[in-house]
Design a protein around this ligand. Structure first.
Ligand code: GLU
Length: 285
């Protein structure tokens, strides 16, 4: 089977070194295996996505010497398929409308999950008919019962028992977008024929949810490769405000992007930055 990887940035800000490393991992794994490397611009967050960041990301990839196969894919072209999948889940009673605000959830939540407070289930038993845009949540207990026990494989961390319940009733559609990150990325990876999902360890736990959605929607199951993150040596998340310049700033200043990519491949990081330990973010069941 041909190996198909992808780099899937959200164009809501400029790319930084962490994105460069992620793109290099996806690109190099595809090239080493004689496969295909795709780029998908995840631009479904209408309020935060900007065309200039999408264009900047593509220019950054070219500057790093990373060529992708085919045209860059736009997630916003897929909105109808996200809505159709949500409808299928709705017809099976696996999702329910939710009108709780963030503040209400934060006040009522008793647990915290990988994405923040776990939804306390307020709207789960109310089942109202929405008269305008609402969020739709997965009924996690019901979905897991329907799918049965699941596992997934990470090339680095090994076999995982899927534990999507860590997240509680995740949002699958937001008020303003028919597909949340979890639903859209799962559907699009399947639509794009991605066989190896490469991304940073910060999204390791999300793969539990994606594995469940694959089972519910009858989608092919890829392998995952969650790579180390580039972090500040004091353990903080890499952020521009903490002195990590955007790739675009380096590019526009005339820096050699291919040489930077080679240094990242060799594990050479600028002063003050380090790779996160691989075991840290793995939520092994
Ligand atoms: N679009 C997501 C992000 O930029 C990444 C999606 C993924 O790799 O699963 O954080």
């Amino acid at each position: 089977m041909t190996c198909v990887t992808r780099f899937a940035p959200s164009p809501n800000g400029p790319l930084h070194l962490g994105h460069a490393f992620s793109a290099i991992v996806a690109h190099d794994l595809a090239r080493e295996r004689g496969g295909r490397f795709l780029v998908r611009i995840e631009d479904i967050d209408g309020a935060r996505s900007r065309r200039e960041f999408a264009e900047g990301a593509l220019a950054d990839l070219a500057w790093l010497g990373l060529s992708h196969d085919g045209e860059a894919i736009r997630q916003s072209d897929r909105i109808a398929s996200h809505a159709a999948a949500l409808e299928r889940l709705r017809a099976r009673g696996l999702v329910y409308p939710c009108r709780c605000t963030r503040a209400e959830i934060a006040a009522a939540a008793r647990e915290s999950g990988p994405d923040g407070p776990v939804y306390p289930g307020t709207c789960r038993n109310v089942r109202f008919v929405p008269d305008g845009p609402v969020a739709w949540r997965l009924d996690m207990a019901r979905a897991m019962a329907e799918a049965g026990p699941l596992t997934w494989d990470d090339e680095i961390a090994g076999r995982q028992v899927a534990s999507p319940d860590l997240f509680g009733d995740v949002v699958l559609a937001r008020k303003d977008a028919p597909g949340s990150y979890h639903l859209a990325v799962t559907l699009d990876d399947a639509a794009d024929g991605v066989t190896l999902v490469t991304r940073g360890l910060d999204l390791f736990a999300a793969s539990h949810v994606h594995r469940l959605l694959q089972a519910l929607l009858g989608l092919p199951v890829p392998t995952w490769h969650h790579h180390a993150l580039i972090v500040e040596v004091d353990g903080g998340k890499l952020a521009k405000r903490r002195g990590s310049p955007a790739l675009a700033d380096r590019r526009l200043a005339g820096e050699d992007g291919r040489a930077l990519a080679d240094r990242l491949r060799a594990g050479l990081l600028p002063e003050g930055l380090a790779f996160s330990p691989l075991a840290n973010a793995a939520h092994k069941a």
